[in-house]
Design a protein around this ligand. Sequence first.
Ligand code: WTA
Length: 653
Amino acid sequence: MGAEAIEGLLDEGRTFPPPQDFKRQALITGAEVYDEGNTDYEGFWAREAAELDWFREWDTILDWQPPHAKWFVGGTLNVAHNCLDRHVQAGHGEQVAYHWEGEPGDTRTITYQQLLQDVQRAANALKELGVGRGDRVAIYLPMVPELPTIMLACARIGAIHSVVFAGFSSAALRDRINDSECKVLVTADGAWRRGSVFPLKENADEALTETPSIAKVLVVRRTENEVSMDAERDVWWHDLVPDQTADCPPEHMDAEDLLYLLYTSGTTGKPKGIMHATGGYLTQVAFTHRYVFDLKPDTDVYWCAADIGWVTGHSYIVYGPLANRATSVLYEGTPNFPAEDRFWQIVEKYRVTQLYTAPTAIRAFMKWGDEHPAKHDLSSLRLLGTVGEPINPEAWMWYREHIGGERCPVVDTWWQTETGAIMISPLPGATTTKPGSATFPLPGISATIVDDRGQEVGVPGGGYLVLDRPWPSMLRGIWGDEQRFRDTYWSRFGEGIYFAGDGAKRDQDGYFWLLGRVDDVMNVSGHRISTTEVESALVSHPSVAEAAVVGRSDAQTGQAIAAFVTPRGDVEGDEALAKELRDHVAKMISPIAKPASLLFTHDLPKTRSGKIMRRLLKDIAEDKELGDTTTLADASVVDAIKGRYLDHSKSQP
Ligand code: WTA
């Protein structure tokens, strides 16, 4: 959402202290922890790191050579050991790690003991396929138990996983595989999508024609559709994994060894392979998961409803919860299949205690109607969380009332793929919340707001959100592109200052309010998509001469993609072409990147030096007063587009 759009929704007036019943049992109820985290942040994080099992203790807590940080230098550990073995060794093998709920309603209950065995078998299978320490493994799977299993198997043997969201196209999969030269791909025959089968293996096969680094493909059977198997290259999971021995000792990994890559959209067409390391990452995801969600491993049933294909799933479905010995729900499907009460049915069935989801989902629930949650017993819930985009106060209030029964604290958590873990969020037993505000940086974390010149902005005041101190789960780089790492995050405001790409403001009480992206990255339903990526997809179509894409505010999805397209030569820009282009974008990137509105125009507004003025297009798409047009080369272009855009948007449902 644009800064101005959010501004209109801000309401700083209402405050909600932690509910008394919640506070009585909360892990953290006072503010002292902030002092601990701020007076000596290195010591603070070292105490949190010591909660994990280390094979060798670190020599140095932090080695900070901006923009490169190393945490817990010299220490060795294994993430899978910390997520599984140590809990089983402590006598919790029978505890449920995941209540898995398939989209069609089939279920599996997986204990820590079983998961440990499955992970060791999968790890041995990976070894048999030639995977070793430091090798990259691409994972393109739906939300099935084999997904966390294979991630942990990689972690166990020191391989670096690169999970690609199953909704991505074969072209997107291909590019991600090639960028980091993955050796093995793990995929499935298909994925359930509202009762029909999405042909995952077929998509993967298309990508595999252009991925020379992939030697072997491991295929999970899920939807039982016909797939073609390459006898040399492809092997079924059920033929290879179950026969392996359930004994695979964990590798001793250096704290700074990479745990995974996760690709995310930046301001150019090429996604960035964000690098996450082992020791610092696990320390911060475990800490934040425990205290932001107030996790009680013996009694809670925690549910993060994200997809593991995004960072939220990595940190808060897999690594944080398992490190903390949580019992989690793992759900394969969508919120409205087979009906609009599916989430509430799941909450009731498993007696879910914490629910973590996205504002877009909440706004959809509001639209579908209060009667759906009202049909179900949601009294087990004791905490609600949100992530991924700014939450408007109305949605926050609705969530608190209709899902939380006014007894659950709501934690709005700000963070990014790059930060690895939650950075700005309430502590539910200690922080007085304001609907729509992520409140304060967590203990041990430092964030502030600066103006154009990098000067800190006072309170109250707004500008660019920056992180001015290293943190344990910070990205270690962009795979294969040191320069882009420096340019994107570290060059704008001075040495050691991380630029998040978000606008933010602080109110008179110092509360942080996130205002959305300030760069060319859109946030559609909590998914990051770059304008350039969609533009490149559009111009790769033979009928398109030029295209410009902007994110316009949308009440439902936060932002919606608006595309302005100039067809080639005498090509007719009609409905049929519009549909073809939207499908083309879905094929090149993902259905989530399809433009919501598409307008054909003979010209795009440009500066005299030929740069497309996206800002003006955004104003047009949002039907706003036009901003400064003095740098336009040809002012009549805007009027022409404006007239047509309005007609066009009227004809849109
Ligand atoms: C946005 C998702 C406002 C923000 C974990 C950020 C948010 C981008 C919030 C990262 C929030 C995430 N309030 N905005 N609570 N959480 N964002 O990498 O623009 O998929 O930069 O990580 O989402 O998206 P990513």
